[in-house]
Design a protein around this ligand. Structure first.
Ligand SMILES: Cc1cc2nc3c(=O)[nH]c(=O)nc-3n(C[C@H](O)[C@H](O)[C@H](O)COP(=O)(O)OP(=O)(O)OC[C@H]3O[C@@H](n4cnc5c(N)ncnc54)[C@H](O)[C@@H]3O)c2cc1C
Length: 406
């Protein structure tokens, strides 16, 4: 494999690397390790072989070890566009504040420590947003407002973020699972030689170790995996939109703005024009009421039941993947792991069983109402209100009563 070398003289054939490799990319040939083309250059074998130093990767440095306790506090990467925070930012701050509370609860029992939450605000025009971030609850804003850093200059932003994080040493860095966040945050993590869990649906602090528990769907959504970053810092994660509770804004709240004077390299990206996406007819992400239909509707025409209830509530129509796959409704209505993640005030699931892949997209709704004729349907385990019955009877009655009280 290019880039990775086994120093045959040093290899003792101990097989430690083979046991460690997560990709089954090492064979033992004549009692020597041989790397095959499944290798991703992840470096796990280099660490496993540190006693013998028989495996080397060109330009690879081991992850940071040493005193990890010098890393403290939480930093939130702030995405902004056209002088405004993108909608996920208050949600990430909300997640950070909940983690702060958990960490301080634990640490105070031990040593009385404090966990500051900082906002990493990089880019042209950023200073106009600092006060808003403080009002959402951050203690400090780490600011680089430079005219050359446009909002899509990911390479420059990554470079600046790495410099600030290396200096301030936060224990946790969070970002949004947005188009930009999904590309920028891994670039920062890889340059800091630390791990990152993408698209988390839950973040908590491990009561025993104080480590960040980063939970996300895995293996096609069939299990929820909780990932810990034990040996390097910061612990990094991106979070899904509409999953975490947004921090409330407290006008007039006070905090500190720290301006960084770091070298800013020119970006390789030039922004030529911004073309706004045409507003979608289905805006599930911002809907306050959503009525979703599933396979229990039986046929496409029966979506009219769901539409009527949505109309009576003044809400939007959602759907399970089964309904979308059957061609009963367009994909833009799909809620779930491979559809939209939503967080309405009220989510009504009609004829939806509540598979884990559906739940991932809607379980953060304030109130979940399930209508299903199967008392054992999993949707009832997360519903705040459940109606066990035939949706073709229940929905018209609900609509009738809503119209009466309107
Ligand atoms: C990788 C992957 C990604 C996926 N992503 C998604 C996703 O994004 N979103 C998603 O929804 N699914 C997703 N799925 C599919 C998911 O696993 C389920 O198959 C799907 O959610 C089932 O849809 P459903 O609840 O409509 O259908 P079913 O599971 O068939 O449930 C139908 C329900 O309707 C009830 N019912 C039937 N008749 C009536 C009636 N007359 N009155 C009341 N209730 C009735 C039944 O009791 C049943 O509970 C994904 C699966 C995989 C493997």
């Amino acid at each position: 494999m290019e880039g990775i070398t086994v120093l045959v003289d040093k290899c003792v054939g101990c097989k430690l690397c083979i046991k460690t490799c997560p990709y089954d990319a090492i064979d033992l040939v004549d009692k020597k390790a041989v790397i095959n083309d499944r290798c991703t250059l992840c470096g796990a074998c280099v660490e496993a072989c540190h006693a013998y130093g028989a495996i080397v990767i060109e330009g690879w440095e081991p992850v940071q070890t040493g005193d990890l306790s010098i890393y403290t506090g939480i930093a939130v990467y702030v995405e902004h566009r056209h002088g405004k925070l993108v909608p996920i930012v208050p949600e990430i701050i909300g997640a950070a504040l909940e983690l702060k509370e958990q960490l301080e609860g634990q640490v105070k029992e031990q040593s009385g420590g404090d966990t500051p939450v900082a906002a990493l605000l990089i880019g042209s025009g950023g200073s106009g947003l600092a006060q808003e971030l403080i009002e959402y609850g951050v203690d400090e804003v780490w600011l680089v407002d430079h005219p050359d850093i446009h909002e899509l200059a990911e390479d420059t932003i990554s470079d600046v973020a790495v410099q600030i994080i290396s200096e301030k040493k936060p224990a946790i860095v969070l970002g949004g699972g947005t188009v930009i966040g999904r590309s920028l945050l891994p670039s920062i993590a890889s340059r800091l030689r630390t791990g990152l869990t993408a698209d988390c649906t839950e973040l908590t602090i491990d009561a025993e170790s104080g480590l960040l528990r980063q939970t996300r769907p895995a293996f096609g959504g069939n299990i929820m995996a909780t990932i810990l970053c034990e040996n390097s810092r910061p612990q990094m994660a991106t979070v899904r939109h509409k999953v975490m509770n947004p921090a409330p804004r407290r006008p007039g709240r006070e905090g500190t703005v720290v301006t960084f004077d770091v070298p800013v390299q020119p970006s390789r990206f030039e922004m030529l024009e911004f073309v706004a996406e045409e507003a979608s007819a289905v805006n599930l992400a911002d809907a306050e009421f959503i009525v979703s239909g599933g396979r229990g509707l039986g046929e496409p025409a029966n979506f009219r039941y769901v539409e009527e209830l949505a109309k009576a509530l003044g809400g939007a129509v959602g759907a399970s993947r089964a309904a979308v796959d059957a061609g009963w409704i367009q994909y833009s209505h799909q809620v779930g792991q491979t559809g939209r993640t939503v967080k309405p005030q009220i989510y009504v699931a009609c004829g939806i069983s509540g598979a884990i892949q559906h739940q991932v997209g809607m379980k953060s709704a304030d109130v979940i109402i399930a209508i299903n004729n199967d008392p054992d349907a999993p949707i009832f385990s997360i519903a705040h209100y459940g109606v066990q019955g035939d949706l073709f009877e229940v929905i018209p009655e609900l609509v009738r009563q809503l119209k009466e009280t309107a």
